[in-house]
Design a binder for this molecule. Structure first.
Ligand code: NAI
Ligand code: MG
Length: 511
């Protein structure tokens, strides 16, 4: 159930491989495993147990008996918060190792995993730990002959299905509010990137969470994910991933009328008005699409630029990409962009690039695979790769003169690939921005304060960034409108999805 691993940076550790149920790592009932691949080298790292529907059932049973048992149920909010703080501490103590695992399994730059993802896990847990004893009901004044009050109750067993782009952070966003409110959890990891959270599972046990409170399982979406979404003893499903899978999850959850929150896809616009600080816009436009290998649901992947500054913006934007987007080995400190997470994602991005060319968009930058920064036979980084070597590397890619009818303008690509299109007026910019089935994020660049706030109100999106892109803060609600999702995570709003309000009526005239 475990294997000894060593990463290219010399870190060595014992990697758990089992399904974490009732605080034990166990084998899957079928013996099926899933290989985890290093996307920089395409080599197998190790094989992890894959949960069957039967294993999901065992995990749900464990979570249900933990939910009903005294070890968890009898804890005060303060005590639950203390356990969460302890887990955040332990994650901090293992920060370098967890960042190493992310770089190896996901392909994220090590420096980013260490400075952003691991701290985010801790921050989210601590934030919700703080809420654990500050989240309570009300007394409602209904006159002297009666009394009424509300209590907030946990929902029960929460099924949580997370994607591969932020294995640690997506887990924390879902565990934080669930544990805060006193629920128990079955967390299904993304089958592409299970290793970091399986390592954290040991820390969950070490932190002192009672058995069954947090169960962490790896498994295929269609089998383990679907079994969790459909399970009759799961009270709630929280999902992050594609809109198509979100739709499936909602259908499966409908069978038992589960409470559902979904955080799905996007094609978020970034609007650059002629009066904007163009260097600032170029800098954030780069962060907004090229961070995390372009694998971000809120990526501002559709850049709309007012005609008067279109050429100048494209020039500045391309220069920022060329200067900052160093593609290469995630363990090299100079790397900004590692490989795409899997061969499937790599091919998907390259297919979209081909589609864009076929559709007649102008390929202004990139557009090629950059194989092999780690192999000897190719050049590395800065767009010089020849595409011959190993690894799922794609050059940062910009399409210009993109028409709103084109597939690359309308569909989520989920890679380092962005489309740029011109607009004439504010009204046209808004119409173009809102001409999408998605509504996750939106960015607006202007020096005109009134316009900035007006546009922020008119854009159909769950989040708007004024003169920046992709800000995310655990204290601020996160989520989408339209087909980008249902419900909110993070902030106080994130708690709403994890408790029921029970109303208690008391007859004060009874003797
Ligand atoms: P996906 O949405 O299919 O997978 C996300 C999670 O859902 C994984 O844990 C997966 O095992 C699970 N899952 C898959 N099918 C399921 C089912 N029938 N029932 C229950 N759970 C299921 O995403 P995938 O295939 O990995 O990536 C495809 C595209 O999805 C990407 O190219 C990207 O456009 C989008 N995506 C969006 C993400 C976001 O943060 N909004 C994250 C990952 C992918
Ligand atoms: Mg992997």
């Amino acid at each position: 159930m475990e294997v000894q691993l060593t990463a290219p940076n010399g870190k060595t550790w014992t990697q758990p491989l089992g399904l974490f149920i009732n605080n034990e790592f166990v084998k899957s009932s079928t013996g099926e495993t899933i290989a985890s691949i290093n996307p920089s080298t395409e080599q197998e790292i190790c094989c992890v147990q894959a949960a069957s529907a039967q294993d999901v059932d065992a995990a749900v049973k464990a979570a249900r008996s933990a939910f009903r048992g005294p070890l968890w149920r009898k804890l005060s909010g303060t005590e639950r918060g203390a356990l969460m703080h302890r887990l955040a501490d332990l994650v901090g103590e293992h920060a370098e190792l967890l960042a190493t695992i992310e770089a190896l399994d996901n392909g994220k730059p090590y420096a980013v995993a260490l400075s952003e993802n691991v701290p985010e896990f801790q921050n989210v847990l601590r934030y919700y730990a703080g809420f654990a004893d500050k989240n309570f009901g009300q007394v409602v004044d209904v006159g002297p002959s009666k009394m009424a009050y509300t209590v907030k109750e946990p929902l029960g067993v929460c099924g949580q299905i997370i994607p591969w782009n932020y294995p640690l952070d997506m887990a924390a966003w879902k565990l934080g509010p669930a544990l805060c409110c006193g629920n128990t959890v079955v967390l299904k990891l993304a089958e592409q990137t299970p290793l970091s959270m399986l390592y954290v599972a040991q820390l969950i046990r070490e932190a002192g969470f009672p058995p069954g409170v947090i169960n962490v399982i790896n498994g295929h979406g269609r089998e383990a994910g679907a079994a969790l979404a459909a399970h009759e003893n799961v009270a709630k499903i929280a999902f992050t991933g594609s809109t198509a899978t979100g739709r499936e999850v909602m259908k499966l959850a409908a069978g038992t009328l589960k409470n559902v929150t979904l955080e799905t896809g996007g094609k978020s616009p970034l609007l650059v008005f002629a009066d904007a600080d163009l260097e600032l816009a170029a800098t954030w436009a780069h962060i907004g699409i090229m961070s995390n290998q372009g694998q971000v649901c809120t990526s501002t992947s559709r850049i709309l630029v007012q005609e008067a500054v279109y050429d100048e913006f494209v020039q500045r934007f391309s220069r920022v990409i060329e200067n900052v987007s160093v593609v290469g080995d995630p363990f090299d400190p100079s790397t900004f962009q590692g490989p795409q997470v899997t061969r499937a994602q790599y091919e998907r991005v390259l297919d979209y690039i081909k589609t864009g060319q076929d559709e007649g968009a102008t390929l202004a930058l990139g557009g090629v695979p950059l194989g092999g920064p780690l192999s000897a036979d190719t050049d590395s980084g800065k767009g010089k790769g020849k595409g011959k070597g190993k690894g799922f590397f794609v050059a940062p890619t910009v399409f210009t003169d993109v028409k709103p009818t084109m597939q690359i303008y309308r569909e989520e690509i989920f890679g380092p690939c962005v489309v740029v299109a011109p607009f004439k007026t504010e009204d046209e910019a808004l119409a173009m921005a809102n001409d999408t089935t998605y509504g996750l994020g939106a960015a607006v660049f202007t020096r005109n304060l009134v316009r900035a706030h007006r546009v922020a109100r008119e854009i159909e999106a769950g989040m708007v960034w004024i003169n920046s892109s992709n800000d995310s803060d655990y204290r601020v609600p996160f989520g989408g409108v339209k087909q980008s999702g249902i419900g909110r995570e993070l902030g106080e709003a994130g708690l709403a999805a994890y408790s029921n309000i029970k109303s208690i009526h008391v007859n004060m005239e009874a003797s």
